[in-house]
Design a protein around this ligand. Structure first.
Ligand SMILES: NC(=O)c1ccc[n+]([C@@H]2O[C@H](COP(=O)([O-])OP(=O)(O)OC[C@H]3O[C@@H](n4cnc5c(N)ncnc54)[C@H](O)[C@@H]3O)[C@@H](O)[C@H]2O)c1
Length: 428
């Protein structure tokens, strides 16, 4: 037997023992799930997970592998939580759960058609106070559906539209929380599109330095993009998302049934963000949108594929230090169009769609343009080069005299270019 074979024999034996222990662990996990179901307790308990990691780390003496052990533990706990959720919800066949694992936290995105009617099967709202934040465009039936299940929840509704993602509205919601004596152990649920999710998340991130936040995105755009990654923000002085925080939710529920009340234009605009994920990172997702005769007949599969792309990116780079920048494909120019008066005229997704036509090869540009036309999305931005440049000076991806832009060379493959401002001219 070679030396390598001998070593492998040892590792095989350890794996065998671990498989037995894994089975035992999952059996106990099942008992816990049944208990939690009986008592109406949530599957995820952040304090318990933190305490467990701290305690178990003391068993690992070799400091060099402690980080790896933490990842191993987190993964084991994620598997266990998913198993418990399956048992609790009794929806093994239909409910899909994506667990987003960040350095210090993890959260589940439950994807369930009709899930809004069973919110308490996924998340437990035992907090003394619960605030549902929504806007005037979200159908009232969805709000009522939540209120029926969370009887003690209060609702704050603001005027629909990007213009509400501002300080004034933010302050009003904070005042509402104070007036209703919300404490740090209470929670906020966002029920709406990206505007609701962004401002509600920012309120949650900052009220008393952070209270629990759940997100129920109700537009396609917010389901495929804004629901994942923990970015929250408000606009100021005409600049999009200029004030904000990274603040992951405790849980997200995506119910594609709610999309049936969304108008076609909003649906198409939301599809752009999924197209973006395909263009930069998943050629087959792009092709699915490009070739499908009726993309909305299986919209859940598009949502899941887009979420998987974003999950993989945000887990590697939660704070947008490098890789995550690729999610900004189309956004540098898109935000400029929005900010320079496009707020009223175009939807966010429409601006991103036009923005994608700038930093890409000719072949990619033609394919993206064809998809935008197929879904009746605008393809021509009226902004002058100078206007785009002046906005780009304010972009968060700017460092000194250079700016990071995402360039898609071929569908599914992109790179981050760091360009001095004077080199932008040929692209605009
Ligand atoms: N945080 C992130 O990672 C992230 C990512 C992408 C976009 N965003 C932000 O998201 C915002 C755009 O979000 P959006 O496109 O969802 O727009 P939106 O939130 O303005 O919603 C669009 C409209 O649809 C209405 N609506 C919502 N759900 C509905 C439903 N089920 N049926 C009928 N009407 C419904 C809303 O009232 C609104 O009028 C922008 O502010 C953008 O910056 C954030």
């Amino acid at each position: 037997m070679s030396k390598l074979d001998a070593i492998r024999t040892k590792i095989n034996e350890i794996d065998r023992q671990m498989a037995t222990l894994f089975e035992e662990r999952m059996e106990i996990s099942r008992e816990i799930a049944e208990y939690k179901k009986e008592q109406g307790l949530p599957v995820y308990d952040a304090n318990r997970e933190q305490a467990l990691i701290k305690q178990n780390l003391t068993y690992v003496k070799n400091k060099d592998i402690q980080d790896a052990y933490i990842s191993f533990l987190r993964h084991t706990m994620d598997v266990s939580k998913q198993y418990q959720k399956r048992i609790i919800t009794h929806q093994q066949q239909t409910s899909k759960v994506l667990t987003i694992t960040m350095k210090d936290t993890s959260y589940d995105i439950v994807i369930q058609n009709g899930g809004l009617q069973h919110i308490e099967s996924y998340f437990s709202f035992t907090h003394q106070n619960v605030l549902i934040i929504t806007d005037s465009g979200v159908p009232k039936t969805y709000v009522e559906c939540l209120q029926q299940q969370i009887a003690h929840a209060v609702v704050y509704t603001f005027e629909q539209g990007e213009a509400s993602k501002n300080f004034e509205n933010y302050e009003k919601i904070i005042a509402f929380l104070i007036e209703h004596s919300f404490s740090r152990s209470d929670c906020i649920i966002a029920l709406g599109g990206g505007v609701v999710g962004d401002i509600a998340g920012f309120v949650a991130a900052t009220y008393m330095r952070g209270i629990a936040f759940y997100n129920i995105p109700t537009t396609l755009l917010s389901q495929v993009d804004a629901s994942i990654g923990g970015k929250t923000a408000i606009d100021k002085a005409g600049v999009k998302n200029i004030v904000g925080a990274f603040y992951p939710p405790i849980g997200v529920l995506i119910d594609s049934m709610v999309l049936k009340t969304l108008d076609k234009r909003q649906l198409y605009a939301g599809l752009v963000e999924a197209l973006k994920m395909g263009a930069t990172s998943d050629a087959s997702l792009f092709e699915q949108i490009e070739k499908s005769q009726d993309v909305f007949s299986d919209i859940e599969s598009i949502i899941i594929r887009a979420l998987l792309v974003k999950k993989s990116i945000v887990e590697q780079d939660p704070k947008e230090e490098h890789l995550r920048k690729i999610l900004n494909f189309g956004h540098t120019v898109g935000h400029a169009i929005e900010s320079k008066g496009g707020f009223q005229r175009y939807l966010h997704g429409e601006c991103v769609g036009m923005g994608m036509l700038y930093f890409c090869s000719e072949e990619v540009k033609q394919r993206i343009q064809a998809v935008l036309e197929k879904y009746h999305l605008p393809t021509r931005c009226e902004l002058l080069k100078e206007e785009l440049l002046s906005y780009m000076m304010l972009d968060k991806k700017r460092t000194g005299d250079t700016i990071s832009v995402i360039y898609v060379e071929s569908i599914g493959k992109c790179k981050i270019l760091s360009l001095p401002f004077e080199a932008l001219d040929p692209y605009l």
